[in-house]
Design a protein around this ligand. Structure first.
Ligand code: ADP
Length: 289
């Protein structure tokens, strides 16, 4: 038979083992806390870096847009100052000549030049005002009901005196009365621009104003028998400052103004044309009677 002998170190050893286990557990807990903290801060850092990158990208895009806007503004201003200076120089120059000239025929010639350039200057200023009004999103405040046939007649009457000799400006025959609910001022402005252009690029024939129903849209048109536009230019003429012939009068803003007004009205403008035969400019509006 054996007798169990209790070692005198037994309690000390088990105490040591207990403390050792405790120490390991504490160490593990500290490691876990440290790892969690490291993971948390790494993820946070990653998140902030991504956020920073996105903000940087946003800032870069905004800076590029601001630069493009500032360049567009500068080019617009230099273009406008050139456009304004040309008629202004003519007005100042010929007005001075008028004060000394005595020959009535020459005086009349100078007078005509001054009044032609007065008109040009007025048109440029009115184009610029229109442009700024349209860009700030201000066309008519509300839609109103009006008769399209009456509007066509009014537009034709306004321009009748400006039609060159040998050109008939008229409203389409047998046009029905047609009440629409639209931005009257906007429609009138587009129509006026189309008629003004038609009268500018015609020497004989006719300019006809009318409208027709095309399914759910109403197509208002100005058709002329003028010089026409080459096929390759048809898209470009709606861009700002674009003119088929740089020597013709005008800023090249009229059609781009029409396009912006049409877009704000939810309408579209377009043109069919053939060189030597004439052009037909249209604005197509959704029908809201
Ligand atoms: P502007 O304000 O100088 O008249 P637009 O933007 O209205 O300029 O027109 C741009 C160009 O489109 C004109 O310079 C002309 O070349 C061409 N154009 C516009 N309407 C007609 C037309 N009815 N017949 C021939 N060309 C036209």
């Amino acid at each position: 038979m054996y007798e169990t002998v209790q070692s005198p170190y037994q309690p000390l050893l088990s105490d040591l083992a207990y403390k050792y286990n405790y120490l390991i557990a504490a160490l593990l807990a500290v490691l876990i806390i440290l790892f969690t903290a490291w993971l948390y801060f790494t993820l946070q850092r990653q998140k902030y870096l991504e956020l920073l990158e996105a903000k940087n990208l946003e800032l870069e895009t905004a800076a590029k847009q601001a630069l493009a806007a500032s360049e567009a503004k500068s080019s617009f201003l230099s273009r406008m100052s050139h456009e304004i200076r040309t008629p202004l120089n003519a007005i100042v120059g010929f007005s001075q000549l008028l004060t000394t000239e005595e020959d009535p025929e020459v005086r009349k010639e100078y007078n005509d030049i001054v009044s032609l350039n007065n008109g040009l200057l007025l048109q440029i200023i009115s184009d610029v005002l229109d442009l700024s009004r349209i860009e700030s999103g201000r066309i008519d405040p509300v839609k109103s009901r009006f008769d399209l046939r009456t509007l066509c007649r009014e537009a034709v009457e306004t321009f009748r005196l400006q039609a060159p000799e040998g050109v008939v400006l008229r409203v389409e025959k047998r046009l029905p009365s047609c009440t629409v609910c639209e931005y009257r001022q906007g429609v009138m402005q587009i129509l006026a621009n189309f008629i003004r252009n038609a009268l500018k690029f015609i020497t004989k024939g006719s300019v006809t104003v009318g409208f027709e129903r095309k399914r759910d849209r109403l197509s208002l048109y100005v058709r002329d028998t003028g010089i026409g536009i080459p096929a390759g230019e048809l898209d470009k003429i709606f861009e700002r400052f674009y003119k088929v012939d740089t020597f013709t009068q005008g800023t090249g803003l009229g059609l781009s103004i029409c396009k912006s007004i049409a877009e704000q009205m939810g309408a579209q403008i377009g043109v069919d044309s053939a060189v030597g035969e004439g052009s037909c400019f249209r604005v197509e509006m959704p029908i809201a009677e």
